[in-house]
Design a protein around this ligand. Structure first.
Ligand code: EPZ
Length: 429
């Protein structure tokens, strides 16, 4: 295994380029199965979740060729068996998108039950409810979810809660169904819109993505397309917080400012300067960081995937901050690690109370999951002294060239192999 070693206390200054969005890529890559022709995807982030998604396609019989480091040509027309075995699916929670796309293409799918409950209970009842509404029989058979139907018929689906995954899976299953499917209480994240735009570029008929009602008129076939994935708003937000935590001055490039609105607004409330341009944003700090309250919500609210990062920043803000996790049951597992660095945080269920401290101290810590790991990197960059972070494979699932980008901004961060580490590689979120 490998770890990061960070010598903290250096201001991040300069420019950084944001990569393609992980949560768009892990939905769009399986969606290529729906096409009757090859597709070319651009701005694909070079991260392990994408590698796993492409590997699954390849193992199923697709032709996958990288035309450049971030452009990939996929011909999935060679796939005949709609099965994703446990050995392939166990490494990544988003493998469940293969359920929707295989059902949409073949009217049947067998995919291993997704792993990863790092954020608390993460059921998929809404996914199965949607598939059943479209006419599919869903059964659990030896750890495999088995869904099939004679015909996929468009229907009205109302989700009990806003769910990104179930919204995406329903779009994938419904795009070639007979008739109209209406999803109510749909998720509105930028990656939902990105998937809809990709599917429509192949000839699908999806309206309303980005609102809470999405209408999908089934079509008979989908042709090939060339499509560029949107920039990753969570990677951008992570760099914004890192710049603020080190009181740096960073220009974050290749972003869509509208996707960052809730993050920018919250940072400004904390006392951070944010100067927006067409496709970039400049973050700097010239005064004290001050307390605030945060509650994570579905988009366009403050994103849960930025909760560990903003909580880390608030550890260095004057006063008492309150952070409420509105989406997942257990997304504060990083707090114990921050406490080792001198943070003053107490957690009661879904609420963290953060007392600002003058500075954090470097310490050995372990990344419990992807975004918590990124938050610990931010803490290490801001801390006095050396921080060593183990289990960085979590971080590499969602951040392309993370330490290189940080070094480009002046951070003192290196990756080091750890012989014989006992950490068992756990399923991704
Ligand atoms: C997606 O997870 C993202 N993952 C997560 O990002 C993100 O945190 C989450 O959406 C919320 O934005 C990917 O896109 C690969 P949900 P997902 O379905 O789809 C409950 C990261 O760091 N729920 O929107 O699993 C669920 O338990 C990752 O990039 C049900 O009860 O999230 C949760 O409490 C972490 N039943 C809430 O809804 C269901 O059938 C929202 O979950 C589905 C969800």
């Amino acid at each position: 295994m490998e770890k990061f070693i960070i010598k903290g206390g250096r201001r991040l200054c300069g420019e950084v380029e944001i990569s393609g969005a992980k949560n768009a890529a892990v939905a769009i890559i399986p969606a290529v199965i729906l096409s009757d022709e090859p597709c070319i995807l651009e701005n694909v982030p070079n991260i392990s979740d994408v590698s796993i998604s492409l590997r699954i396609l390849y193992e199923m019989g697709a032709d996958v060729q990288f035309l450049s480091s971030n452009t990939v040509r996929i011909d999935a027309t060679g796939i005949t068996e709609p099965i994703v075995p446990y050995e392939m699916a166990k490494h990544m929670r988003a493998s469940y998108y293969f359920l929707g796309t295989l059902l949409g293409k073949f009217k049947r799918a067998r995919v291993a039950v997704p792993g990863g409950c790092y954020l608390g209970d993460r059921p998929i009842d809404q996914h199965l409810k949607a598939f059943a509404s479209l006419g599919a029989a869903c059964t659990l058979d030896h750890g495999m979810i088995d869904i099939q139907t004679e015909n996929l018929i468009g229907s009205q689906i109302y989700f009990d809660m806003v769910t990104v995954g179930a919204t995406i899976n329903t779009m994938l299953a419904a795009v070639k169904a007979t008739g109209m499917t209406v999803i109510e209480n749909a998720a509105r994240e930028p990656h939902i819109v990105d998937l809809a735009n990709f599917l429509n570029s192949m000839g699908a008929n999806i309206m309303g993505a980005g609102t809470d009602v999405i209408k999908i008129k089934g079509v008979k076939s989908l042709k090939g397309a060339t499509y560029a994935i949107i920039p990753d708003q969570i990677e951008a937000g992570t760099f914004m917080v890192a710049a603020a935590a080190t009181k740096g001055d960073v220009l974050i490039k290749n972003i869509i400012p509208k996707h960052l609105e809730s993050i920018t607004a919250k940072l400004e409330k904390i006392g951070v300067n944010a100067e927006e341009f067409d496709d970039s944003i400049r973050i700097s700090v010239d005064g004290p960081l001050v307390k605030t309250t945060v509650k994570t919500m579905p988009h366009p609210g403050f994103p849960t995937d930025m909760q560990p990062q903003i909580s880390t920043l608030l550890c260095l803000a004057e006063g008492t901050s309150i952070v409420t996790e509105g989406i997942f049951d257990n997304r504060f597992r990083y707090v114990d690690e921050l406490r080792r660095m001198g943070a003053d945080i107490s957690v009661d269920g879904k609420v963290a109370v953060i007392e600002g401290v003058p500075e954090l101290m470097g310490a050995p810590v372990t990344a419990p999951d992807l975004r918590a790991g990124a938050a610990l990197v931010i803490a290490g960059l801001a801390a006095k002294g050396v921080t060593e972070i183990e289990d960085i494979y979590h971080i590499e699932r969602g951040y392309e060239n993370f330490e290189e980008k940080l070094r480009g901004l002046g951070a003192d961060i290196v990756k080091k192999s750890v012989p014989g580490s006992s950490t068992v590689r756990k399923a991704a979120l």
